[in-house]
Ligand binder design. Structure first.
Ligand code: AMP
Length: 214
């Protein structure tokens, strides 16, 4: 099963992607996570991407396409792939279409997670994560047992540099302008199913799995 999760920043794509990929044995590819790894390792790509990321702007399409293509190649060892955070522009979606066509690999599902804008702002600006194990928390909705410390690894939790109110507003605006047209792109291919991203995490996972059965 090859699947894309679409939705604005804060919709819960990352949280759901980890769970669904595990259940269905899919290769989970989060473009944001891959970029953050590249930055941490100070690779050429990481250095090129960092300024865009800090501003909440999109990294140029050619860089993202080359990066994602090389990762998608590895999906052969899994039951398919799950893309999270990519494609984010119509040009990226077209590049992905070409790649999949050349590999005769069908894209089967595009699931859009819907969350009202006010809730997105609340979710993103309270978000914390563990730099060691990647577990995510929220100061209000899912706080760690001890404030500021990861339940799992005991490491101090950190906030993503792009989760400030200013950068979050910019990211939401960019989503509307550049990523919402990606939904239309896949609507034209008849692939989009929309699920509500409001509710508890298990319920939302079930909605996504159900949407992939249709
Ligand atoms: P995310 O973790 O998905 O919110 O991504 C964090 C940041 O990485 C974004 O604000 C962009 O700067 C960059 N980024 C991630 N995915 C893409 C993409 N598909 N195209 C362009 N930039 C991206």
């Amino acid at each position: 099963m090859n699947l894309i999760l679409l939705g604005p920043p804060g919709a819960g794509k990352g949280t759901q992607a980890v769970r669904i990929a595990e259940r269905k044995n899919l290769l989970h590819l989060s473009s944001g996570d891959i970029l953050r790894e590249e930055r941490k390792a100070k690779t050429e790509l990481g250095l090129q991407a960092q300024d865009y990321m800090d501003r909440g702007a999109l990294v140029p399409d050619d860089l993202i396409l080359a990066m994602m293509m090389s990762h998608i190649e590895k999906a052969g060892a899994y039951a398919g792939f799950l893309l999270d955070g990519f494609p984010r522009t119509v040009a990226q979606a077209e590049g992905l279409d070409d790649l999949l066509k050349s590999k005769k690999t069908p894209l089967e599902h595009v699931v859009k997670i819907d969350v009202p804008r006010d809730a997105l702002l609340d979710r993103l600006t309270g978000r914390l994560y563990c730099p060691k194990c990647g577990r995510t928390y929220h100061t209000k909705f899912s706080p760690p047992k001890e404030p500021g410390v990861c339940d799992n690894s005991g490491e101090p939790l950190i906030r993503r540099a792009d989760d400030t109110v200013e950068v979050v507003s910019e990211r939401l605006e960019i989503y509307e302008r550049q990523t919402a047209p990606v939904v239309d792109h896949y609507e034209r291919q008849g692939l989009v199913r929309t699920v509500s991203g409001v509710g508890n995490i298990n319920q939302i996972s079930e909605r996504i799995i159900e949407a992939c059965r249709e």
